[in-house]
Design a protein around this ligand. Structure first.
Ligand code: 4NP
Length: 169
């Protein structure tokens, strides 16, 4: 049963490299939120820093473009502790990302227990998705065209589900 929550003011989408899944999810969610009339500050980041400063993967750019999403101008960055104060909701593209984010959040709470309630809520991107609930958004990095298309299908499905859940707020 989906959790009924209102649309958050800000969302950070997080994957490993911030060059395939999360920049795509950033743009998909931005477009779908705008169409649905939600005003949400949306950004993305990676748990790793290997690709920080780079544009998305060329294959991700091309598959996103073919599906109507322009991600070529986005620039990868690594998640920062401040993101947990800045964003209301942080959505992890897979369970490993979620675990890595939880480690950062736990450390922040340990350092300053009073701020616990003010920190971003964490969830799996697929959490509201009736088709892929609890699944990882498949990482296309080591795959081919099919993997990138499958990744976009998961992202569109997950984004639609979040939008629907906010409509019932
Ligand atoms: P992403 O994909 O987490 O969806 O951006 C990956 C990007 C880079 C690597 C792995 C996954 N990498 O190993 O460098």
């Amino acid at each position: 049963m989906p959790i009924k929550t209102c649309a958050p003011k800000s969302i950070l989408l997080v994957c490993l490299g911030n060059i395939c899944r999360s920049p795509t999810a950033e743009e998909v969610l931005r477009q779908k939120a705008a169409v649905a009339g939600f005003s949400i500050d949306i950004d993305s980041a990676g748990t790793g820093n290997w690709h920080a400063g780079e544009h998305p993967d060329k294959r991700a750019i091309s598959h996103a473009k073919a599906n109507g999403y322009a991600i070529h101008k986005l620039i990868a960055r690594q998640v920062q502790p401040e993101d947990f104060q800045k964003f209301e909701l942080i959505l992890a593209m897979d369970k490993q990302n979620l675990q890595d984010l939880q480690v950062i959040k736990d450390r922040l709470i340990n350092d300053n227990p009073e701020q616990s309630e003010a920190l971003a809520k964490l969830a799996l991107f697929s959490e509201e998705d009736p088709i892929h609930a609890g699944e990882d958004v498949p990482d296309p990095y080591y795959g081919g065209d099919e993997a990138f298309e499958r990744c976009i299908a998961y992202i569109e499905s997950g984004a639609n589900a979040w939008i629907e859940s906010w409509k019932s707020c």
